[in-house]
Design a protein around this ligand. Structure first.
Ligand SMILES: *[C@@H]1O[C@H](CO)[C@@H](O)[C@H](O)[C@H]1NC(C)=O
Ligand SMILES: *[C@@H]1O[C@H](CO)[C@@H](O)[C@H](O)[C@H]1NC(C)=O
Length: 376
């Protein structure tokens, strides 16, 4: 009796997962027709190869140009801050669009999309962070790759994508058939502030960062964008780099006992995400022809932190796969790498592993491909 019941459940599970796979395949072949291109703005969570070019402008060493970056999927470093693919790569694969060429490092056609995201980019103009810096020998970071600069690159590329001699409508139609990722932005803005300002001051900057993102979205809509995905912040209080920055100053009460994450940093990300969602609702109301979708970067990572086993991760979930001992960064000579990156959430001190990005992409694709998302 029990066995029969079990086998019935198993066959039910099997058939429903087959059904889901079939539905996914159908959706992706539809999507192939639906999106001509993907354009992406953001930082290292989305950068598919721009940061090595930018870092070379400033003559700063970029560890991601060295193995073992790229070792899980590409077999060599690609400029991605990961052992393999990023969320945007998994989305492109599913939608049948080529992996996004990095705008600064690619010499071919951008007709199927372009990635303007750069590692270490901020939403706010970089000059804001340098106010009061001692000039000689000051850190070049954050470098001049803010969201506004990335939009400028997009606008400089536009004439080659949809010739203006073909009229304005041609461009609007093309961008209307494209998918736009705006973000994640915020992690670097707050991280640069962490080194200089109190948490209270930093929280007062959140509305300006959200406003900067909102203005960028409206600028893209003016160009014809109709499908926009806007990722929120990750739980930065769980990020090994942030944990290390605060290791000396934080007391036992500053940590969430259930996760080991820093409470105030995660609350900052929650504030950012809630103001961002409010702002997206306002934008959506002002632009009913567009679909402006919030992509949750926070909850899936918290779920992995809380239930590592569910994802096949080892229990020491906040431990990095690549980097150390001591201050050795991933990509540095002598840095160590874990045996199985697929058993880790964090690849290096800031970034997630390919397997974690794959889980997050599944979440985002459910929203991007949902029938309720009227543009798709
Ligand atoms: C891009 O292509 C042009 C023409 O084919 C070539 O002259 C130029 O050197 C290339 N640039 C890079 C960065 O590869
Ligand atoms: C930043 O880059 C933009 C676009 O490339 C440029 O117009 C601007 O002058 C630059 N700002 C600084 C401070 O270098």
């Amino acid at each position: 009796m029990t066995m029969l019941w079990l086998s019935a459940v198993v066959s039910l599970l099997l058939s429903s997962s087959l059904h889901a796979a079939g539905a996914g395949a159908g959706a992706s072949s539809l999507s192939v027709r639906r999106y001509d291109a993907i354009f992406s703005f953001g930082d290292s969570f989305a950068d598919t190869g721009n940061n090595p070019v930018v870092f070379s402008w400033y003559s700063v060493f970029d560890p991601v140009t060295r193995p073992p970056y790229g070792s899980t999927f590409f077999g060599h470093p690609t400029g991605r801050n990961c052992d393999g693919r990023l969320v945007v790569d998994f989305v492109a694969e599913r939608l049948g669009v080529p992996l996004l060429p990095p705008f600064l490092a690619y010499n071919g056609s951008f007709r199927r999309g372009a990635n303007f995201a750069v590692g270490a980019a901020t939403a706010l103009d970089s000059s804001i962070f340098h106010a009061g810096d001692p000039p000689p020998g000051a850190s070049p970071f954050p470098v001049n790759t803010s969201l506004g600069v990335q939009l400028g690159w997009f606008e400089s590329l536009k004439p080659s994508l949809c010739s203006t001699t073909q009229g304005k409508k041609k461009c609007k139609d093309f961008f209307g058939r494209s998918l736009f990722f705006v973000g994640e932005f915020g992690f670097n803005d707050y991280e640069f502030f962490f080194r200089k300002k109190s948490m209270e001051e930093i929280r007062s900057f959140v509305p300006y960062i959200i406003e900067t993102i909102s203005i960028a979205i409206e600028r893209l809509i003016k160009h014809g964008a109709k499908s926009l995905v806007v990722p929120g912040m990750t739980p930065s209080g769980c990020t090994p780099l942030i944990l290390a920055i605060f290791a000396d100053q934080a007391g036992p009460d500053d940590y969430d006992p259930a996760t080991g994450c820093l409470k105030a940093q995660n609350e900052l990300a929650i504030l950012h995400n809630s103001l961002l969602q409010q702002s997206l609702l306002n934008l959506q109301a002002r632009h009913p022809d567009a679909s402006i979708v919030y992509a949750d970067f926070f909850s899936p990572i918290m779920e992995m932190v809380r239930s590592p086993g569910k994802f096949g991760f080892e229990d020491d979930i906040l431990t990095i796969c690549c980097g150390g001992p001591g201050t050795a960064l991933c990509g540095d000579q002598g840095a160590i790498t874990c045996e199985d990156p697929s058993a880790r959430l964090f690849w290096d001190v800031v970034h997630m592993t390919e397997v974690a990005y794959r889980y997050i992409a599944e979440d985002w694709l459910r929203i991007i491909e949902s029938p309720g998302n009227k543009i798709i």
